[in-house]
Design a protein around this ligand. Structure first.
Ligand code: ADP
Ligand code: ZN
Length: 723
């Protein structure tokens, strides 16, 4: 019997440490413990020593005692393997990954009880009539003294008296009330034959309980949600847990509603907006296995589900699944790994799957189920380009005449229209008409964006904001500032001028910042309280408004510059998703795409709807360039508030790059965002063959180097953001 335990403590700067397990304490791998570190007490998890080497081997006599074990189930082996894999793959400290699992400290403090009271069932002798009546009124109900007193219409003292004479007793109850169990039979839809076939296959996967990643590829409005709900129903019947990952917190509210319609109860929602008591309750229910269905953004991925039977990644192509801070992981890819370790099916649902995912299907690693048509009578919308060179908007306007006419016709039919422009604020650039002064963020290499609604100039990278000045700070000219280019607020102004009677809503992260705000927007749309929506990418996802029949893409070319490797793919996905909002009910939908280059391949693919040809060409181009998924990238970003330091360290990293067959290092060069949040940034880009274990190479390479503590070096494996 060893009384030693290796513990991964929640301190990213330290590796795992060994502790003594005092007599009478029981721990096993996965146990969550409290360990001393210097004068402090830290949370940690007991780990298999052979899987987590420690470079601080300590003799038995110098070990410190573990202080406590949390009264919650140990983290399961599949989750421990996932934490190891994530740390290894994304070059992150295991403690940083573990922190995402232990996401509620209050949950670890054990069951919390409150004292409630109820009748004992025996009636004490010689009761006063008042006490007797009180007991009668209380019956078999249970509650706090005050609650019982109110029920019985007596004072608290009467209840206390009854406790003393044995008519009422105290009981300890758990403060975390249980969650209701969703009902698979609550409202069973009648599926179309295509849907039925896909659902049957998914249900079988859940019943078999083996790891099978499956791409559920269905056009917008084909009923992907209804189909994967059948798989969720099977997991519920098997009393196994399901995790549904959604890309955006704003999407959860409509999802909860649909879930409620199908299963009679809402699932557990896990997101950053939870209060600490809600987090605690959810975490404990997830760990005990009581929480059968959890829906959340990417942070829900590392929670300690006791028995996962199914993972669904909805809108799996969304780039917001990529975490850009702390541990730089991609939730879609980690979800597949979790399914692998748990031995359960993983469903990736999308109308516009990522090239990486399609490639997994092509090579047979993922299965594929297709839903080729829209559900019911709904047809795919018509899509027409508007060539901005031949049919330009009027001077100082952004909407071409043909789009304006279509909006007019839509309003006359009392239907709804959506204008899509992926740019928050009023104008992306503000300058002085007299001297040409431009407003730059003091912390970032970025122009300030004018927000007229809040009368501010804001930086979209660091959040810095200041009141829009009336006087140019450079030439002191008054009222000389002009806005260049459009943002959604400016489009909303144009709409208000064109259609003064129409009710318009601007939908961006500035206006929809919580699930409640999203729900309010959905309600207003459904009630017909909005005629025209002007929105950013936030409106491209998930929403289903049957009366929305017109979509106008204000600037389809916007996402194409910048030269990032996924620019065309992302443009295609975004515009196809937003087009997919049109005509989802009985009324046909129409989409207009304003572009300067209607002949471009991506525009042609959108207009003809030939996704396969577009993807084939994109895939070929990626293959030629050795870009993902055929090759791999990793970005190394060196940053510091001290430019000299950042520069010198970046050069040191560059000079020390190892010569490895199949790997090439570009840079260092100033990052496109050369300054971000006050830090100067340099970037190295590692490009490698797919077969190369590039993480091993980078670990060895950076492991030998030393840099000043004011420099930060971060590695982004499989980067999405090339800024
Ligand atoms: P997707 O996620 O593929 O865009 P949804 O699951 O949102 O599609 O389905 C589009 C609409 O059609 C939703 O309102 C949904 O409730 C409805 N729908 C889909 N399939 C069915 C079905 N079998 N029975 C009833 N309604 C359905
Ligand atoms: Zn900034």
């Amino acid at each position: 019997m060893s009384s030693r335990a290796r513990v991964l403590i929640l301190n990213a700067a330290l590796g795992p440490l060994d502790y003594r397990v005092p007599a009478g304490m029981d721990v096993a791998p996965g146990s969550i413990v409290v360990a001393p570190l210097g004068p402090r007490q830290l949370l940690g998890v007991v780990w298999e020593a052979e899987r987590m080497p420690s470079d601080a081997e300590v003799g038995d006599n110098r070990l410190r005692n573990l202080l406590a074990v949390a009264d919650v189930p140990p983290l399961g082996a599949p989750l421990r393997r996932l934490i190891e894999w994530t740390a290894d793959y994304y070059l992150a400290p295991p403690a940083s990954v573990l922190r995402m699992s232990l996401a509620s400290t209050s949950a670890l403090e054990g069951a919390r009880t409150a004292t409630e009271y109820r009748a004992t069932g025996t009636i004490p002798p010689r009761l006063t009539p008042q006490r007797e009546q009180a007991l009668e009124r209380i019956g078999d109900r249970q509650g706090l003294i005050r609650e019982l007193a109110q029920l019985a219409e007596v004072s608290d003292a009467v209840i206390r008296g009854l406790v003393k004479v044995g008519g009422i007793e105290a009981v300890e109850v758990d403060i975390d009330s249980p969650y209701p169990v969703p009902d698979p039979l609550h409202h069973v839809p009648v599926l179309s034959p295509d849907q039925r076939a896909a659902a049957d296959s998914l249900v079988k996967g859940v019943a078999d309980h083996i790891f099978t990643p499956t791409l559920l590829d269905g056009v917008t409005g084909s009923g992907k949600t209804e189909v994967y709900f059948e798989a969720v129903a099977q997991a519920i019947r098997d009393s196994r847990q399901t995790l549904v990952l959604l890309p955006e917190i704003a999407l959860t509210e409509p999802f909860l509603k649909r879930f409620h319609d199908r299963f009679g109860y809402e699932p557990i929602a896990w997101h950053s907006g939870l209060r600490s008591t809600q987090r605690r309750r959810a975490w404990r229910a997830i760990a005990s296995g009581e929480a059968l269905v959890t829906v959340g953004a990417r942070s829900a991925l590392f929670l300690p589900y006791r028995d996962l039977g199914l993972i669904v990644v909805d809108e799996a192509h969304e780039t917001s699944f990529k975490q850009e801070e702390g541990v730089h992981y991609h939730a879609r890819d980690v979800a597949v790994m979790r399914g692998k370790f748990e031995g359960c099916p993983v469903i990736l649902a999308s109308a516009t799957p990522a090239i990486e995912t399609r490639q997994q299907v092509a090579t047979g690693r993922y299965a594929e189920l297709k839903l080729p048509g829209r559900f019911g009578v709904a047809e795919m919308p018509t899509i027409e380009p508007i060539d901005l060179i031949n049919e330009p908007p009027e001077r100082g306007r952004w909407l071409a005449p043909r789009l304006v006419q279509a909006m007019q016709a839509t309003l006359e039919k009392r239907e709804q229209a959506l204008l899509f422009l992926n740019r928050r604020g009023y104008a992306p650039l503000t300058l002085c008409r007299t001297c040409g002064h431009r407003f730059q963020c003091p912390n970032c290499t970025a122009w300030m964006v004018e927000h007229r609604l809040t009368r501010r100039l804001a930086c979209h990278h660091c959040g810095h904001a200041e009141p829009t000045p009336r006087v140019c700070p450079e030439c002191q000219g008054e009222d000389t500032l002009v806005a260049c280019g459009p943002g959604v607020e400016r489009i909303a102004d144009e709409v208000a001028a064109l259609f003064p009677e129409a009710k318009t809503a601007v939908v961006t992260s500035d206006t929809i910042w919580s699930p409640a705000k999203a729900a309010e927007f959905v309600d207003r749309m459904e009630a017909g309280d909005i005629d025209i929506v002007v929105g950013t990418q936030l409106v491209t996802k998930g929403y289903h408004f049957p009366n929305l029949t017109l979509v106008g893409v204000v600037d389809a070319d916007l996402g194409l510059d910048g030269g990032d490797l996924r620019a065309a793919e992302r443009t295609f996905q975004q515009i196809r998703q937003v087009s997919g909002r049109a005509g989802r009910g009985e009324k046909p939908g129409h989409v207009f795409i304003q572009t300067h280059s209607p002949a471009a391949q991506v525009m042609q693919a959108l207009i003809t709807g030939d996704a396969d040809a577009f993807y084939a060409a994109e895939t070929e181009a990626r293959k030629d360039a050795g870009a993902p998924p055929f090759g791999r990238y990793a970005a190394i970003v060196v940053s510091s508030e001290d430019q000299r330091c950042a520069h010198d360290t970046a050069n040191l990293v560059g000079r020390s790059a190892p010569q490895v067959e199949g790997m090439h290092v570009y840079g260092p060069a100033p990052a496109p965002l050369a300054m971000l949040r006050g830090r100067h940034r340099y970037r190295l880009l590692v490009h490698a063959k797919r077969a190369l274990d590039v993480q091993d190479v980078i670990r060895a390479w950076l492991g030998t180097l030393d840099w000043p503590s004011k420099v930060r070096v971060t590695v982004d494996v499989d980067p999405y953001n090339f800024l």
